[in-house]
Design a protein. Structure first.
Lengths: 91, 97
């Protein structure tokens, strides 16, 4: 689980069949000061996250394969939670 | 899944028995700055491709254990091309209101 900020989205016609109908967002992992930390990840978004929202992304591929109902899905990162900006304690 | 740009292909003469009719690409994974500047890629990696990505194309690369999941038998694959990207929208900072 990593803190990340949604910075964009991806349009893809030809993709693995398990991703059909999924929202593919670009999540930039960030440190405690919201500075970029590591390469941006394309994540599957079951929650309906908006652009520039801070989220927690999870690398639990087994949950994602269950969610997509495809045991052969190559997906790994997905949006697990949206951070409440007014209640975050990190400074 | 990381984004990457295809810069080449690999042809094998001797291969693991699980590989047959494989298509291998060389791709530069995007770093934190690449979407804005086109620079700052990570080191190139070899990617297994079943979708037919072309040179110069942007792809989505599934890595680690998940990369070998699409195969019917255990296959030693560490990076798998799971999406051909038509368009990328990226905004590095939230616009001021």
């Amino acid at each position: 689980m990593r803190l990340a900020i949604i910075r964009g989205y991806v349009v893809s016609t030809i993709k693995h069949a398990s991703f059909e109908g999924c929202r593919l967002l670009i999540a930039q992992p960030v440190d405690e000061k919201d500075a970029p930390d590591g390469a941006p990840q394309v994540v599957i978004d079951p929650l309906g996250t908006a652009l520039h929202q801070k989220v927690i992304i999870s690398s639990d591929g087994s949950w994602l394969r269950e969610h997509l109902k495809d045991p052969k899905s190559p997906g790994r990162w997905w949006v697990q939670a949206i951070v409440d900006p007014e209640r975050s304690l990190a400074r | 899944m990381r984004l990457g740009t295809v810069i080449g292909r690999v042809t094998l003469s001797v291969r693991h028995r699980a590989f047959s009719g494989e298509r291998l690409l060389i791709a530069l994974p995007w770093g934190p700055q690449t979407a804005q500047t086109g620079q700052g890629h990570d080191y190139s990696i070899v990617v297994y491709d079943e979708l037919g990505a072309n040179l110069g194309q942007t792809i989505g690369i599934s890595e680690s254990g998940e990369a070998s999941h699409p195969f019917p038998k255990p296959t030693p694959v560490d990076a798998y091309c799971s999406a051909l990207v038509d368009d990328v929208f990226f905004q590095a900072e939230e616009p001021k209101r």
